[in-house]
Design a protein around this ligand. Structure first.
Ligand code: CP3
Length: 343
């Protein structure tokens, strides 16, 4: 069974002898090959060049026994294609120029021909698919509407995303309209990646955990449902960072599975969602604690994932958030090996 076969079998509810494994943010930052490419090329140049983005997406697959590749891109391609000015300064997170603060700002978003400006991403998927030839599962992705809204309103990263969260309450109609626009863009972009050969897609709701249950229900879920309704029947994973309190609501998102962060107990999520795919949820910080810690934690996760004496189903081994810059490659190897050797 190759990586793609294993990923699809587990995702679609068949029993496999070990879970498939991939790692969020596996293709960037911590890898020397990526840093060498970035020394020569700007971030957006890598995204827009199918040869370079494929090279970067393949690097972790050559280094570690992973079952899936994720296309190289960023969640902020959507605000950028809408006309916001997105830049990545060194070590300070993204900056979004022309942030959304008024109705006039939203009216200025350029939604016509949006998918044409994002064609580079399905093109990158197609190119990566050609290189993989079915050996590994291939994931596309997009930012979840609330997380894209948070960056677009705030103008960059933030601890509390004050402007974005104030807007939900002070100008709920404007917030809902922006969330709907972002959701429609994400739906179109994910459909294009699936049509280009992605086996599944993941929505990253990195900042969704800032919201209360009431806020998530009112603002985030309707936008997520716009996406899953448009993608009905296709494989969609939803990652909500710091989202333990939102777990009871996630079933209403329409996603086929959830990527759990390390603060959500796997067994609790499984009890609540017996028929969804569950992915996760090793704390990326543990990869700095040495190989023994990594192996022990990975084995404990495998025990939680095992559904019966005859194997694993609807689960994907992964981290609880993106792999951190500076992560020792030996830890990544230990994690993957422990999963691969599991029986
Ligand atoms: O394998 C991969 O995961 C690479 C593809 C990928 C990137 N960003 C490339 C990237 C993916 C899946 C993302 C998702 C992403 N981007 C998220 C959701 C996941 C998460 O970590 O919560 C978020 C919140 C972003 C926004 C973003 N983009 C930030 C905060 C930053 C700066 C800090 C950083 O490195 O994460 C980026 C820039 C970015 N996106 C880089 C990479 C490799 C670093 C840019 C560089 O090389 O200079």
């Amino acid at each position: 069974m190759n990586g793609r076969e294993r990923f699809l079998a587990s995702f679609d509810g068949k029993s496999v002898d070990r879970p498939p494994v991939w790692l969020m943010r596996q293709a960037g930052r911590y890898l020397s090959g990526y840093r060498a490419v970035r020394a020569q090329h700007g971030f957006w140049d890598v995204c827009h060049d199918p040869e370079l983005s494929t090279k970067v997406a393949l690097e972790p697959l050559a280094r570690f026994p992973l079952d899936a590749a994720i296309v190289f891109s960023d969640i902020l391609v959507i605000p950028q294609a809408l006309g916001l000015d997105v830049t990545f300064g060194t070590g300070e997170g993204p900056k979004v120029g022309k942030p959304l603060r008024t109705r006039a700002d939203l009216d200025g978003w350029n939604t016509s021909g949006l998918i044409e400006r994002l064609k580079f991403l399905p093109n990158a998927v197609k190119h990566l698919a050609g290189a993989l030839k079915g050996s590994h599962a291939m994931l596309g992705f997009a930012g979840a509407p609330f997380t894209l809204f948070a960056y677009s309103v705030e103008g960059g990263s933030s601890d509390d995303f004050m402007h974005a969260r104030v807007m939900l309450h002070k100008e709920p109609k404007l917030a809902e309209a922006a969330l709907a626009t972002l959701a429609d863009a994400a739906a179109e972009l994910l459909a294009a990646q699936l049509d280009a050969g992605a086996d599944a897609v993941q929505l990253f709701d990195t900042w969704g955990g800032l919201l209360s249950q009431d806020e998530y229900r009112r603002f985030a879920l309707p936008a997520l449902r716009r996406i899953t309704n448009a993608l009905r029947g296709r494989r969609v994973l939803l990652f909500v960072r710091s989202g333990h309190h939102l777990l009871p609501l996630l079933g209403d998102s329409g996603a086929s599975g959830f990527s759990l962060d390390w603060r959500t107990p796997f067994a609790e999520a499984r009890a609540r969602y017996p028929n969804h795919v569950l992915q996760g949820n090793i704390d990326p910080v543990l990869l700095f604690a040495g190989d023994d810690v990594v192996r022990t934690r990975t084995r404990a996760l495998l025990d939680e994932m095992k559904t019966s004496s005859n194997g694993y189903s609807r689960c994907v081994a992964n981290l609880g958030h993106g792999i951190l810059p500076g992560t020792p490659e030996s830890s990544v190897e230990s994690l993957c090996r422990t999963v691969v050797d599991a029986r």
